[in-house]
Design a protein around this ligand. Sequence first.
Ligand code: ADP
Length: 464
Amino acid sequence: MMKLKVLLVSSEVVPFAKTGGLADVAGSLPIALEELGVDIRVIMPKYASVRIGIDESVIGKDAKVYFVKNDDYYNRKELYGDRFSDYNDNLDRFVFFAKAIPERCKKEDFCPDIIHCNDWQSALVPVYLNTTYKYDPWFSGTRTLFTIHNLAYQGLFDKDEFPKTGLDQALFSINYFEYYGKVNLMKAGIVYSDAISTVSPTYAKEILTKEFGCGLEGVLKIRENALSGILNGIDYGIWNPATDPKIFKKYSVDTIDGKYLNKELLQKELGLKVDRDIPMIGLISRLADQKGLDLLAKIIDDLLKLKVQFVVLGTGDNKYHALFMKMAKAHPKNTSINLKFDAVLAQKIYAGCDIFLVPSKYEPCGLSQMISFKYGTIPVVRQTGGLADSVKEFDPRTGGGNGFTFAEYKPQALFSAIKKALSARENRKAWNELVKKVMGLDFSWEASAKEYIGLYTKITGMSR
Ligand code: ADP
């Protein structure tokens, strides 16, 4: 059988450049696809962080990564400037990137079945394929998939910038690029792609509603039949307490006492009382409105009246820095507030805590609940997006489920869910069974990659 040929287009790819979860997906999914026999290649801009002399590299065994070079546009430390920074040329940069892609395919003698685009930075690729390259025989068999990792970031530009795209001005209309008087790249990507996906099945449904649609629910509704969701995986090569060099002591399902040793050593490092009986609750997050921290703010004093320890690791909006600093002052004994980015401490927290909070307002997929599982830390999450698809309510009677959930975006709903977790932990035997069970769950990339192959195969059969 002929190999499926896929070009994955992403503005960021681990290990070359990263600002967010997109980079993790773009760095891991191709490796899993390659293992499953796909001819997968990746293309990204050559940023300053790409310290490679030539314009290609490999990830996995031999999956090629092509770099689009233009030093004026990409040889910078920051991946994306904004109107407050020194640069204000994102549309020029991502027009250049998108236009370079079909030409690079030809140069590499690569005729892809699927071009898999991700987020607004690559949204122009399906547009050019359906306009400039519409009758180009090289791409007559090529279909496009556009994956939305976070609908809130759309690539919006002033309407005066539209000519930079080089497209017919008529496309600056409500049916294509125009969005409340602005140029919206994500909207065009949704309109022009053969299929659209998001990073969880629940988020795929949520974005059709006003609450989650970020103003694009109407155009998504039109494409509803072409829209689906595939949950991201995590890389167990990195996230595994049995091999993790960053934690105090390695452990596995058979040696969960090692988890409690990690807890004691973390308590010591953070200056908390060393006592494995006290429930330790963790939160690792970007401190942004999306993450449900306003709910936490309202219940924190009540929560800290209980016999618990609370550990926070995060950076972000100033208002949340202020909130957590106030919390540290008011409850110095049972909180440890770490307002920084620290990959080592993060792993120690995943390993050392009993309970992990993810109270997000919306969450396209979310990785931290999956990482928590692997480290035997039980998540308490709001039922939204990928959280709803990965965390199922624990039932103490049957032992079913794998965490604790709440639905309503209300402080008391979060507090009740935390109390459910604390009370389940009273039965230490059942709790340890739950810990072992979640450590064995499989959220690897392999399962997701198989779903992507199913979707690619379906799309290749579609007419354009
Ligand atoms: P998002 O992409 O919206 O930030 P995800 O849950 O998908 O949320 O991914 C967040 C990732 O970043 C997780 O791996 C989490 O552990 C990590 N992370 C977030 N904040 C910090 C921090 N301050 N220090 C270390 N790691 C962090």
